[in-house]
Write a protein that binds this ligand. Structure first.
Ligand code: FAD
Length: 263
């Protein structure tokens, strides 16, 4: 990694207690959050900012052979694994790097990986392919934007295979529905965000996909002592909002002001 920061140190510097554990559930009647370390933390007010999970399918071989692009700890393996594949490939055979998921994250990773590998090895040593089940890459974006992205991908020699549904990941190949298997030395899994399970499991109000439902004030209407922001929430009246860092970051100051106003 080129840059790292330690949230635990930042928290301590700001006088905030840091507990290194995951929230498993919330008891909103007793007002405490249950943690993976067996403890629970009582609260007068709680804010959930826990992001989204990666939609890692239960398809055969995904857990075993694919590298998820989230969480960041797992994603740090992406470049190293791709570089290893290039170095191990025979000189005349380009390493096959396949990214499953052609949304913003998969497309961004394709560009970034290509930039890093081209500089280090030259483009003849590898091939990056983005595979997506839908009819279009970047399906959530306007047609002009998609066309521009496709052109840039083509200029870099990055292959795009749409309308291809992955059925299984095996050693050195991806099995697809209705078609020939795709050779793969490295498989990266970028199939989009999924809601954390804890909101639905804890009986909190969620949208259809399981994201915590909050008002535009980032507060749960039915439980005023519960707030939330970023990828993990669904803001009433803003259904179009993508799960992207640019929005999560902007929610921060709003969340802080609203919490201050509430207490
Ligand atoms: C490969 C990739 C590339 C991306 N590129 C971009 C980009 O270029 N631009 C952009 O705007 N967005 C991008 N995104 C999306 C962006 O990363 C997210 O939208 C953003 O990080 C959401 O911020 P957040 O604070 O809500 O959640 P996160 O950044 O996911 O942070 C959530 C934190 O909560 C912690 N956590 C999770 N569960 C629990 C729990 N149960 N208990 C306690 N802690 C928990 C996590 O460890 C994490 O530290 C990308 C995403 C991916 C996967």
């Amino acid at each position: 990694a080129q840059a790292q920061f330690r949230p635990a140190d930042l928290a301590r510097a700001a006088g905030v207690a840091w507990v290194d554990a995951q929230a498993l559930g919330i008891d909103h009647q007793q007002r405490h959050v249950q943690l993976t370390n067996g403890n629970s933390v009582p609260y007068d007010l709680v804010s959930f900012d826990i992001g989204s999970r990666l939609a890692v399918d239960q398809l055969p071989g995904v857990q075993q052979y694919a590298i998820p692009v989230k969480p960041v700890k797992a994603a740090l393996r992406v470049l190293a694994a791709a570089a290893d594949a290039v170095e191990q490939a025979k000189p005349a055979t380009p390493a096959e790097i396949v990214i499953v998921g052609g949304g913003a994250a998969g497309t961004e990773i394709a560009f970034c990986l290509d930039a890093a590998l081209a500089q280090r090895y030259g483009r003849s040593r590898y091939r990056v392919t983005v595979v997506d089940a839908g009819a279009h890459l970047l399906a959530a974006y306007p047609a002009r934007f998609r066309a521009k992205a496709l052109k840039l991908l083509q200029q870099r020699g990055i292959a795009v295979r749409t309308s291809v549904t992955v059925a299984a990941v095996e050693l050195a190949r991806i099995v697809v529905e209705d078609g020939a298997a795709i050779s793969s030395d490295v498989v990266l899994w970028a199939t989009g965000p999924r809601a954390p399970a804890l909101f639905r499991d804890s009986g909190l109000p969620v949208d259809q996909a399981g994201y915590l439902r909050v008002k535009p004030q980032l507060q749960v209407a039915e439980h005023p002592t519960i707030f939330g922001a970023g990828d993990c929430v669904s803001i009433t009246g803003y259904r179009w909002m993508p799960r992207a860092g640019v929005y999560a970051v902007r929610a921060g100051p709003v969340l802080a002001r609203n919490i201050q106003a509430y207490v």
